[in-house]
Ligand binder design. Structure first.
Ligand code: C2E
Ligand code: MG
Ligand code: MG
Ligand code: MG
Length: 284
């Protein structure tokens, strides 16, 4: 049971653990039907060029509206989807839907826009994953550079296929983003070994910044920006909520950012409408 449901806390007493396990099994069954019953949707959060204030792309984020549970946060169901392999069909739906959305965005916008997807370790294990991605990109006539793949630091350790997979993505031209950078193993070894394009600064560092006292979170953000530049990588800061966050990151030389200060993740129609928003420049 613990292998299948690693989220069960072994510290708690057995009856409580059973209640948790039963709930996880219920949730698993609900997740199994959620795709067919169209309970998932995607929302899109813009990624901004901090210099020009233009929208360069979006991150696709999944939402589950469960008829029984109401809105369930991805942090609550993605780990279960991963341990049960349901992430494989769900992840395919995400890519299919997100790329279709990108073609609709692209019809309205003249410069190339990118779409970033969160990829779980379990998806990398799937031998057909890249083939599926290639087929989708072909189907929607997208440049591979527009399709960005976000992975967590731990994925590079979890998966034996990771090195080969990263090299394949690199060779094909799909940009790779190391998400939540700084919260995982942050080994400099894999920055040395792997062809990764972008570091994404975790929102805990961005939101932990106290500009007045120039605290450690400020130093960490600055250090990650410098590290990415030294390695010839691009850098994105996530979780920008205030103008203060934005100004501090700009002063460190951070080039891209996303966060509630610019926009929450929004449905496709609202995402397209952001290009008309005077707060953002046209980027041309
Ligand atoms: P993530 O990839 O690190 O995504 C960033 C999270 O920060 C998102 O939470 C986003 O809504 C939130 N966020 C963005 N700007 C701000 C801000 O200014 N302030 C605050 N407080 N939060 C902000 P969300 O959508 O709940 O997703 C949580 C995590 O779930 C994601 O973290 C990602 O790891 C995972 N996830 C979401 N969609 C997918 C998916 O399609 N596939 C997989 N495998 N994982 C996904
Ligand atoms: Mg992400
Ligand atoms: Mg992140
Ligand atoms: Mg995260």
């Amino acid at each position: 049971l613990e292998k299948l449901y690693p989220d069960i806390n072994p510290q708690k007493d057995i009856s409580f653990r059973l209640t948790e396990a039963v709930d996880l099994i219920r949730m698993e069954n609900e997740l199994r039907t959620a795709l067919d019953e169209q309970q998932f949707k995607l929302v899109y959060q813009p990624i901004i060029d901090l210099e020009t204030q233009s929208i360069t792309g979006f991150e696709a984020l999944i939402r589950w509206q469960s008829p029984k549970r109401g809105f369930v946060r991805p942090d609550e169901f993605i780990p279960l989807a991963e341990s049960t392999s349901l992430i494989v069909p769900i992840g395919q739906w995400v890519i299919q839907t997100g790329l279709e959305a990108l073609t609709k965005i692209q019809k309205r916008v003249n410069h190339p826009v990118s779409m970033s997807f969160n990829i779980a370790s379990r998806q990398i294990e799937e031998p057909n994953f890249l083939e599926f991605l290639l087929d989708c990109a072909e189907k929607y006539r997208l440049d591979y550079q527009q399709v960005k793949l976000e992975i967590l630091e731990r994925t590079l350790f979890d998966s034996e296929r990771a090195i080969a997979w990263v090299q394949q993505c690199h060779a094909l031209g799909f940009p790779l983003v190391l998400d939540d950078f700084g919260t995982g193993y942050s080994s400099l070894q894999y920055l040395n070994e792997y062809n990764l394009n972008t570091l994404k600064i975790d929102k805990s560092f961005v939101q932990g910044m106290n500009v007045e006292s120039n605290n450690k979170s400020c130093s960490i953000c600055q250090a990650i920006v410098n590290l990415s530049k030294t390695l010839g990588m691009t850098v994105v800061a996530e979780g920008i909520e205030t103008d203060e966050h934005l100004q501090a990151l700009k002063s460190f030389g951070c080039t891209y950012g996303q966060g509630y200060f610019f926009s929450r993740p929004v449905p496709l129609e609202e995402a397209i409408a952001l290009f008309e928003d005077p707060r953002f420049s046209s980027g041309e």
